[in-house]
Design a protein around this ligand. Structure first.
Ligand code: ADP
Length: 795
């Protein structure tokens, strides 16, 4: 048996050592320990047979099983062992009471247990006067810590406040904090009591910060939890009460209602399945979740859309004819076409895939209102969507439900408004569809209009196919050119070119005036419109192919008269041509020939635009210069080239026109087409520009009652142009009497209304010489122009 206690010369204690892996034992404090390694067990047993004293020391690396001196911290604690329990698995557990700090000097024995020579390091006792503040600070922080931390027993603070020894206090506080092994060892290593207290003070301050933050977070979380728990309990109680009373709770009732709505909506199977799924999902989503309203809105859309409700078609041709006549004046060809269409539908019954009617014409000619009349004639619901400015495919097809605030596209929205699966659906302004980075809406429209696809139209929001095949589509456009060819192919185009003055008069008398009187609460006997007044409104207050502005002006007069009736009780009974300016202000347009007198260098052309046709003037002026040509009035490239051609032709004819040689080199020419803000393009103003040039050169005025249209070649040939019918109507509207047109367009005259053909003198021409002959006044100006002379057309 080895010698247990070897006295060394310095008389230092030699004690058994128990290395521990994960704790630090402090002097004065009781610490429970458990050991298992045989050396430790033997050391404990040895101590128990003598004075119960051992050295407890922490391992630097807890993973080492048989630690040497270098594996142990230098500072340990001399401790007395209390009762020892042996566990069945060989573990020995016991309580130790720390006595004092000891420094390990040497391991004097390894087996059967560790023995070390140690240097005791006793604490100085009692707090000095100057240490009191630090002691108080530590106690105050510790008190907070105890309050905030659920892991420190309440009486720990009481125990600490009764300790007088600052070193002991530091150890006691450390033992209560959940510190890492290194930090605990650092406290043990600090022999000076005040230094130790200082260290624990810093650690405590940090600890209190962390605990305060934790407690704040905890209380916030707690509040949330409390609230939702409260709600949950209340709801459960409510359910229980309602059950006791034999009532159904609102949520269940809503689910039942929804399920009933879905089942009675007449949805096809796929949609029904989807809807039932959503109802079931709704039942399990917590009531407070934002998802609830998303699902509800979706179900609302699904259940309120028409899935099977449909109106019975009336295919009575006589009745249809009557309805069309009741609502629209004239338009014989269009009406006939519509009646034929209905007749075919009647014969071929429902199997027939109806072609899509497309009304093309300027604004205000009745395209939309014809759609309404067809619906009325057939007994169908009427709905309308304007496609003007639609650039985004999602506007047609909707947004996916994953987007916040998503809705179905316009088609589905409008179908809900219609309330039946077979309405008459007008798609207005299809030529104004835009295309940009947000996708091509026309491809979505193709799906809407294509009978091969539209029985299963897919809307992103709806997510289930919707049947549009029973819808009767009517499309309207101002001009056909911008309509994508794929769409154009699916449609049956019916043109409405615009009205002549007499037609407008009749429309105003028969339809617009009675309608506006009605809308303004006036009776027919209260106000009459003289025919001369209406004619003046048409000529001087509107310039349009349709009757939209005419209707607006009539409305304006009715509004003013209605006010007079209310205010003075003595309103005029008739609107006469003379009293017109009282209601509508001074005339907006000058009617008659475009110019007030025959002018040199100002020629009248006719343009074809979206709004029908319109007159344009071309002005030419010469200035001293270097042979430059300037063109103004927002002319497009084609129009500019056409101006160049007109000039080249004119120059090539300089001799015949009596212009001196070199004139063009010393002259700047300016061609201007007024209404400068409106872009203009196309070759059809060629002969108009040439006429204005020749007039300026020869000083022969242009006859003001003449309008012309035609492209010019360098050799002076006059080439055909488009839109003759619209141009002729425009010229007639403006009070022109002579209309020069290319010979090749003569065949198009057949399409021009008879009244216009009667009122206008049409002069077909092949060569520019013919134009000059008709357009320029006979009498030449007294002084022919001199070469290089600075002149303006106005002098
Ligand atoms: P569009 O769709 O071609 O722009 P609207 O259908 O909106 O034109 O017609 C404008 C107004 O003119 C409507 O009040 C319409 O009833 C009226 N209107 C147009 N043409 C006729 C007509 N031939 N007979 C009676 N009213 C007409």
């Amino acid at each position: 048996m080895p010698r247990r206690r070897k006295r060394v010369p310095e008389d230092l204690p030699i004690l058994p050592v128990v290395p521990v892996r994960d704790t630090v034992v402090f002097p004065h404090l009781l610490t429970p320990l458990a050991v298992r390694r045989s050396r430790s067990v033997k050391a404990v047993e040895e101590a128990m047979t003598h004075n119960h004293t051992v050295v407890i020391v922490a391992q630097r690396n807890p993973g080492v099983d048989e630690p040497q001196i270098q594996d142990l911290f230098q500072m340990g604690t001399e401790a007395v062992i209390g009762r020892v329990f042996r566990m069945p698995d060989g573990t020995v557990s016991f309580l130790v009471q720390g006595q004092r700090r000891v420094r390990l000097l040497d391991l004097t024995q390894q087996d059967p247990y560790l023995v070390a020579t140690v240097l005791p390091l006793p604490d100085s006792t009692d707090a000095q006067e100057e240490n009191v503040p630090l002691v108080r600070a530590v106690l105050a922080l510790f008190e907070k810590c105890v309050k905030l931390s659920p892991n420190i027993p309440e009486d720990a603070y009481v125990a600490a406040s009764n300790v007088n020894d600052p070193g002991w206090l530091a150890d006691l506080v450390t033992s209560h904090l959940a510190l890492a092994l290194d930090q605990r060892q650092e406290i043990l290593d600090t022999v000076d009591p005040m230094e130790r207290l200082q260290l624990i003070c810093t650690i405590l301050a940090k600890e209190v910060d962390v605990l305060e933050l934790q407690s704040k977070i905890h209380s916030q979380v707690q509040q949330e939890v409390d609230k939702s728990q409260r709600e949950y309990f209340l709801r459960e109680q409510l359910k229980a009460i309602q059950k006791e009373l034999g009532e159904i709770d609102p949520q269940t009732r809503e689910m039942n209602d929804l399920r009933h709505k879905v089942e009675s909506s007449g949805m096809p199977e796929a949609a029904m399945k989807k809807a039932i799924e959503e109802v079931e999902r709704l039942a399990v989503i917590p009531a407070a979740s934002p998802e609830v309203s998303v699902v509800r809105t979706y179900l609302d859309w699904l259940t309120t859309l028409p899935w099977s409700a449909q109106t019975e078609d009336i295919l009575d041709i006589k009745r249809a004819s009557r309805v069309l006549d009741e609502n629209h004046f004239g338009l014989q060809k269009v009406k006939e076409r519509i009646l034929e269409y209905l007749a075919v539908r009647k014969l071929a019954a429902a199997e027939m895939r109806s072609p899509i009617l497309c009304f093309v014409g300027p604004p205000g000619v009745g395209k939309t209102s014809l759609g309404r009349s067809i619906a009325q004639a057939m007994g169908r619901k009427f709905v309308r969507v304007s496609l003007g400015g639609v650039r985004d495919e999602a506007e047609i097809r909707g947004h996916r439900r994953t987007y916040i605030g998503a809705l179905p596209g316009r088609i589905i929205q409008t179908m809900r408004t219609a309330g039946s699966i077979n309405p008459l659906f007008v798609l207005d302004e299809i030529d104004k569809l835009g295309i940009d980075f947000r996708g091509d809406p026309s491809s979505a429209l193709l799906e809407v209009l294509d009978p091969e696809q539209n029985y299963a139209f897919s809307d992103h929001y709806l997510d289930v196919p919707y049947d549009l095949s029973k819808v009767m589509f009517v499309v309207t456009a101002n001009i056909l050119d911008p309509v994508p060819p794929a769409l154009r192919d699916r449609m049956e185009v019916i043109e409405l070119p615009g009205y002549i003055e007499e037609e407008k008069l009749r429309i105003a008398e028969l339809f617009l005036v009675p309608k506006q009187l009605r809308e303004h609460g006036l009776r027919a006997e209260q106000l009459a419109f003289a025919r001369s007044a209406l004619r003046r409104v048409i000529r001087e207050y509107t310039r349009e192919a349709g009757v939209r502005n005419l209707e607006r002006e009539i409305g304006a007069i009715c509004r003013k008269v209605a006010r007079l009736v209310v205010e003075k009780d003595k309103a005029p009974r008739e609107v006469s041509a003379q009293s017109l300016s009282r209601y509508l202000g001074p005339p907006k347009h000058h009617w008659g020939a475009a110019e007030e007198r025959d002018e040199i260098g100002v020629a009248t052309g006719v343009a074809w635009t979206e709004t029908g046709g319109d007159l344009i003037s071309v002005e030419v002026t010469f200035m001293e210069g270097k042979g430059n040509l300037s063109l103004t009035g927002q002319l497009g490239d084609v129009m500019k080239e056409s101006a160049q051609a007109a000039l080249s032709y004119t120059r090539s004819r300089a001799d015949q026109l009596g212009v001196a040689g070199g004139f063009f080199d010393r002259t700047d020419i300016h061609i201007h087409v007024p209404a400068g803000a409106i872009p203009k393009d196309g070759p059809s103003a060629g002969i108009t520009m040439a006429t204005a040039l020749i007039s300026t050169l020869t000083r022969r005025p242009i006859r003001r009652e003449v309008a012309m249209t035609g492209e010019i070649t360098l050799r002076g040939r006059v080439l055909p142009i488009g839109g003759l019918k619209e141009k002729a109507l425009a010229a007639h509207r403006a009070g022109i009497t002579v209309f020069i047109l290319p010979k090749k367009n003569e065949k198009d005259l057949a399409e021009v209304p008879r009244d216009v053909r009667r009122a206008l003198r049409f002069v077909p021409v092949e060569m520019m010489d013919d134009v000059v002959e008709v357009a320029l006044a006979e009498a030449p100006a007294p002084e022919p122009i001199k070469a290089g002379m600075g002149s303006s057309v106005w002098n």
